[in-house]
Write a protein that binds this ligand. Structure first.
Ligand code: F6P
Length: 486
């Protein structure tokens, strides 16, 4: 298949290497089997004097991995700046944390344009380009500027917020217009998709018909493709990982005590302060749970040079220390708090060891930790997932114990309830969730999107060229079988 997948962060094919993000870990197993070329950032920068951007290329499964050094003059403004200080807070409905400057926006556009030029070397007559995530909202438009007419798709791994929130980013109109250069745009949930289409209708005044937007750039199909995992594979990995030395050490240290686990990037969208406050409340309200349940919280540092992340790191560390000081004993630590990343293999074993998985973000595109926790469980004696209703995963994993992460008291009660839940109820909830995970695998997600991109291109070819941004009535188009269209 002539597929080029593009994302800022890429992953090398090693299950034991720590991975900082859901996207890279999720894409790795499918990209390596697809024969695609996966293009991303090397994490290094270049001074821009080279005539050809430098790429480190290595084999990845039946395809290849190409990592580019990004231009030094724009990297900070692109990554720490516009992508993670303007777009990320806006996409996670934290307008209060938006820090934006026109220089950062220009750097963001420069890096998108740089990546477009870099991609040309992988272009073949019928290449499909599939761009991932908010780092590259304008990459499709930059490719079109360079004359690329092949299908280009885009998938957003984060939420897309309401109109009033996204409009806090001064360049939002320009960016949405640029996004309409894509043939297919995929979102995690119906709500994200609706929010985006509402921007298109109201802010750009464009017609949307049967999930298709018509603009001067042509037709863009907009649909929902909830990302999945390879549940069977994860289940097997978890069963094997039980004997991994790190996992065995954890099991031994528990002495019959129950364990709750949280695994997150250290990010304000993950609700860590509220979660730890809920454990604090639980131990205060139900002292019988002291020494009988503890929390293992893995919080992998990320984007540390951004002020909001530095502040969060300090706040969480202080809170953990307060809670441990308040409830700990000479021979018992309520919260084990680790600031490092783990590979998928060890994580699978840690999930299986824990009787409760706590995934309580304030806002999250999907949250694959929720899915992985469920898949890692022992079917004969599964643990309980405590899940925020604001994670995209809540749409599918609706037999988890659902919580509102802003309501500390009820979250405390839900965790206590999870600890005490009888086996029969645990199994019922687990089996229903496993059915969902099996039905929506990562392989299916990948195939649905690529199929949808081909269909979108075929539709495009069958329609007359359009007048510039005129309101248009479109014929109905059948949905691609795997996607729910709007
Ligand atoms: O969905 C957002 C995402 O792209 C995920 O892959 C991951 O959770 C995170 O952002 C990665 O962030 P970074 O590459 O900045 O560590």
């Amino acid at each position: 298949m002539d597929l080029v997948v593009v994302s800022n962060r890429v992953a090398r094919g090693k299950a034991n290497e720590p991975m900082t993000g859901g996207l890279a870990a999720a894409l790795l197993p499918v990209v390596e089997k697809s024969g695609a070329i996966w293009v991303g950032s090397s994490g290094r920068v270049c001074d821009g004097s080279q005539s050809e951007p430098f790429a480190e290329v290595e084999a990845l499964g039946t395809g290849a991995l190409a990592m580019f050094d990004l231009p030094a003059a724009h990297y900070g403004g692109y990554y720490e700046g516009f992508a993670n200080s303007a777009l990320w807070p806006a996409l996670h409905s934290r307008s209060d944390l938006i820090r934006v400057s026109h220089e950062d926006y220009l750097s963001y556009r420069e890096v998108n344009a740089f990546m477009a030029r870099a991609l040309l070397r992988f272009r073949m007559p019928d290449t499909l380009f599939w761009v991932q995530d908010y780092h590259f909202l304008a990459l499709g438009a930059e490719l079109r500027e360079l004359g690329v007419s092949e299908p280009i798709g885009f998938f957003l791994h984060t939420p897309w917020p309401s109109r009033s929130v996204i409009s806090a980013v001064p360049h939002y109109r320009e960016l949405i217009q640029a996004m309409l250069a894509y043939d297919l745009i995929g979102f995690q949930t119906e709500e994200d998709c609706e929010n985006f289409l509402s921007c298109v209708r109201v802010e750009l005044g464009l017609a949307v018909c049967d999930g298709v937007v018509v603009s001067r750039r042509g037709r863009t199909r907009v649909a929902v493709f909830p990302i999945g995992i390879d549940a069977e594979n994860f289940m097997r990995a978890a069963a094997r990982a039980i004997t991994h030395p790190e996992v065995s050490r954890l099991r031994k240290s528990l002495n019959g005590e129950k364990l709750a686990i949280g695994v997150d990037r250290l990010d304000y969208s993950k609700g860590l302060v509220n979660r730890i406050s809920a454990f604090d409340r639980m131990w205060t309200n139900e002292p019988a749970l002291l020494r009988s349940v503890s929390l293992l919280q893995i919080a992998t540092p990320s984007r540390g040079s951004i002020e909001a992340y530095g502040n969060l790191q300090n706040e969480v560390a202080r809170l953990v220390s307060d809670v441990n000081g308040r409830h700990g004993e000479v021979d018992w630590t309520p919260i084990r708090y680790l600031n490092k990343g783990y590979g998928q293999t060890v994580l699978a074993g840690l999930y299986r060891t824990a009787q409760v998985g706590v995934v309580t973000p304030l806002h999250d595109g999907m949250n694959l930790v929720a899915k992985e926790y469920v898949a890692a469980q022992n079917p004969a004696d599964p643990g309980v997932l405590v899940l925020s209703k604001f994670a995209g995963a809540a749409n599918e994993l609706d037999t988890a114990l659902m919580v509102n992460p802003h309501d500390i008291d009820s979250m405390a009660r839900a965790i206590a309830m999870a600890v005490a839940m009888p086996l029969s109820e645990r199994r019922l909830r687990y089996e229903a969730m496993m059915d969902r995970l099996r039905a929506h695998s990562i392989q299916q997600w990948f195939a649905d999107f690529v199929g949808g991109l081909r269909d979108a291109q075929a539709d495009k070819a069958s329609v007359e060229p359009l007048l510039p941004d005129s309101p248009t009535i479109l014929p109905q188009h059948p949905a691609h079988s795997g996607a729910r269209l709007h």
